[in-house]
Write a new protein. Structure first.
Length: 415
């Protein structure tokens, strides 16, 4: 017991030799760790992909957005849908941005649908009459061309910005800038191509649209009935960064009720929707789902750790005489403890390395074959590898300690 200590290199060599002698048992022991590590990496990648998709939707919508819509009309006891009664007007948007300090910008919009024609091609899409604030609210950049000028906004200029989907279906790979398209038979010049936004949270293609000055939509495209009205389809409101969304929402409701001369107890004749809250709730649920997936996958690692402890206990029993001989020739209890710990950690690390390769390959295969978005991160790989090593230490310590406490005389007599 008091002999010369065995160095770590010799201990590592003995541990690896013991694992190599029992190759099949070592492989089966590592299987739980391999499956656990691979499962953790794949689940975190899938959950991360879902979360990244939600974050993209928030960015594509524009942050801190509140939407104001017209009320519903009741006729003969039957209530129409949202927007059937025109109760929101263009000047309300200017009042909101002017009188509520939490508001950064408010953009009134007029919405319509129609066939767009260029040469021999045509496409059915949505068009919006907007003010310059719309691009700021939506955080939407122009990829090619320019935005609307002040004279075009005030003078119902015959100009439009188009989304990527419209450009693809009308012009293919050619540039749409300076081309003349017809929207409801009205010729309009394309002056800008919008950056790609992708799908919204409801699956709608946000790039399938045309933007024009609100005066153009009202006076030239939507017809005489709309030309005499100041009503709008909706107002998109952007709250300043850091401002309280609920306070802004409440103050906006109070302002609109005051402008609409609604008495206490009367229902609102408009609708207010906080789009960011919906997306943030979806983001929170996505994070919870990611954590849940990782937790479920981690159970496999625990099962693998229990397998390591079980096999190491069997190994201690089988090698009792060997332990006794080593102690008899000078090995200390600490050397025996180190040897069995090294064996357990080596099993975990080799299993972890194989699991990492399988996990990365599995995540890539899911992305390719199933079409799901996955996000592989270095932190998830390090986490899985560290967890595997920790399991080796945790579940290998008890068998190693049991081996180190054997008495040499009793170990040598063991049959």
């Amino acid at each position: 017991m008091g002999g010369r200590p065995v160095n770590f290199t010799a201990t590592l060599r003995i541990a690896l030799l013991a694992l190599r002698v029992n190759k099949m048992r070592s492989a089966l022991t590592m299987l739980g760790i391999i499956i656990g590590v691979a499962a953790v990496i794949v689940m975190i990648a899938v959950g991360g992909g879902a979360q990244a998709r939600v974050e993209e939707q928030i960015r594509s919508l524009g942050s801190n957005i509140i939407m104001v819509l017209s009320g519903s009309m009741t006729s003969g006891g039957a209530r129409g849908g949202t927007g059937t009664q025109p109760t929101i007007f263009e000047d309300a948007a200017y009042a909101i941005s002017r009188e509520i300090e939490e508001i950064q910008a408010a953009a009134p919009t007029l919405r319509g649908t129609g066939q767009v024609v260029w040469g021999n091609t045509n496409w059915s899409t949505i068009f919006y009459g907007i003010t310059p604030d719309y691009l700021e609210v939506r955080e939407w950049a122009i990829a090619e061309g320019r935005g609307f000028e002040a004279a075009e906004m005030s003078g119902a200029g015959k100009v439009v910005l188009i989304g990527q989907t419209v450009a693809k279906n009308l012009f293919g790979d050619a540039s749409p800038i300076d081309q003349v398209i017809r929207v409801r038979k009205v010729p309009l010049t394309v002056i800008g191509l919008l950056e790609r936004k992708g799908q919204s949270m409801t699956g709608q293609d946000q790039d399938d649209l045309i933007l024009m000055p609100i005066s153009t939509a009202r006076k030239r495209v939507l017809g005489a009935a709309q030309a005499k009205s100041r009503s709008v389809s909706s107002i998109m409101v952007k709250v300043r960064q850091g401002a309280d969304m609920n306070d802004a929402d409440q103050r906006m409701r109070e302002l609109l009720r005051q402008r609409h001369r609604l008495q206490a107890g009367q229902d609102d004749d408009f609708f207010v929707r906080n789009l960011s809250e919906i997306l943030q709730a979806q983001e929170a649920s996505s994070k919870v789902m990611s954590l849940l997936l990782a937790a479920v996958a981690s159970v496999s690692l625990l099962v693998g750790g229990i397998g390591i402890m079980n096999i190491m206990l069997v190994s201690v029993t089988e090698r009792t005489r060997e332990i006794g001989l080593r102690m008899a020739v000078g090995a200390r209890a600490r050397d025996i403890l180190t040897q069995f710990l090294v064996e357990a950690i080596t099993l975990s690390l080799i299993g972890g390395a194989i699991g990492i390769l399988l996990g990365v390959g599995g995540a890539m295969a899911i992305a390719e074959l199933a079409g799901w978005r996955t996000e592989l991160s270095g932190s998830s790989i390090v986490l899985a590898a560290g967890f595997a090593a920790a399991i080796g230490v945790f579940f290998g310590y008890y068998p190693a300690q049991k081996a180190s406490r054997l008495l040499p005389i009793e170990a040598l007599r063991y049959e």
